[in-house]
Design a protein around this ligand. Structure first.
Ligand code: CP
Length: 313
């Protein structure tokens, strides 16, 4: 397979395992490129990409911008806080105005689930979802699975525990879909109030016991407690959450086998993960961030190639 089956990256649910494999193979080549002294290729020369962030971001935003620049694209950045959205302009009006300035691709993070899909139905541009509410975060899942495969050699048959706030997490849903498509087994672990009722329909195991999950898994992906999406109290206190669902060095060292530790960031150090664990040699948190640039280069390149607007390097 040499081209994607999709015209946009809206969610992992629209991808086939062959698409994911193609993205991984392309990302591996781009990872080699960005580790050279000259890190740029001309693949997106004369292509303009707009990064529209209606919600805060550090990693995703910088990672997309770097990926675009490494591919020689022209880049414009937009943040809702300093835009005319605050004056009441609609999403479609905002994006159509930006596209009138001859923008070829739009990367968008938005607090509303389905916003990227909605945009793809109403504007004539390639759309990349950089996170839509508590729905999907496809490039995060791709970089997570790529990083696991890099560390463990394969995803098929591997056991991945996703721990914490599953209810509010777009990372959890996209990870579950991506890992399953690549043959891994997934368990979600957390307090019952933070696990969605329909979760069994996704074919995942469910646990409320962190130690048992960690003994079962090869990899633990520790999610952040999303205070900004919680208007209710889902557990009695942060202290109690940490005691039951936080991982520290004593627990990690007490396990029967060595596991890999991941976190999508931003980390709440001392809440879901201790500093010693986050910075340990079992953690691949910074590898995830590094791989994010290569994965996003691959996604942008393959979508542009599908629309035949990329420059053959
Ligand atoms: N992992 C992630 O999406 O981080 P940011 O919110 O900083 O982009």
């Amino acid at each position: 397979m040499s081209e994607l089956t999709v015209n946009h990256l809206l969610g992992i649910k629209y991808l086939q395992s062959e698409d994911i494999e193609l993205i991984f193979q392309t990302a591996a080549q781009f990872k080699e490129v960005i580790n050279r002294p000259i890190k740029k290729v001309p693949s997106l020369r004369d292509i303009t990409v707009a990064n529209l962030f209606f919600e805060n971001s550090t990693r995703t935003r910088l990672s997309f911008e770097l990926a675009e620049k490494r591919l020689s694209a022209d880049v414009v950045n937009f943040s809702a806080a300093s835009s005319s959205v605050s004056k009441g302009e609609t999403l479609i009006d905002t994006v159509n105005n930006i596209l009138s300035m001859k923008v070829d691709m739009v990367v968008m993070r938005h607090p509303k689930p389905g916003a990227a899909y909605f945009l793809s139905q109403h504007v004539d541009s390639i759309i990349v979802n950089a996170g839509d509410g508590a729905h999907e975060h496809p490039t995060q899942a791709l970089l997570d699975s790529f990083s696991i495969r890099e560390r463990l050699g394969d995803l098929a048959g591997k056991k991945i525990a996703i721990v914490g706030d599953i209810l509010h997490s777009r990372v959890a849903l996209s990870n579950i879909l991506c890992l399953q498509k690549m043959g891994a087994e997934v368990e979600v672990c957390g307090p019952s109030t933070l696990i969605p009722k329909h979760i069994h329909s996704l074919g995942v195991r469910v646990s409320h016991d962190l130690r048992k999950s960690l003994e079962w898994c090869d990899v633990a992906n520790m999610l952040r407690v999303q205070h900004e999406r919680q208007d209710l109290k889902y557990f009695p206190s942060i202290r109690e959450y940490t005691q039951r669902y936080g991982i520290d060095k004593a627990l990690l060292d007490d396990l029967q086998h060595k596991i890999v530790i991941m976190h999508p960031g931003p980390i709440n150090r001392g809440v879901e993960i201790s500093t010693e664990v986050a910075d340990s040699d079992q953690s691949i948190i910074l590898n995830q961030v590094e791989n994010g640039v290569a994965i996003r280069m691959a996604v942008l390149y393959l979508l542009a190639a599908k629309k035949k607007i990329s420059f053959s390097a």
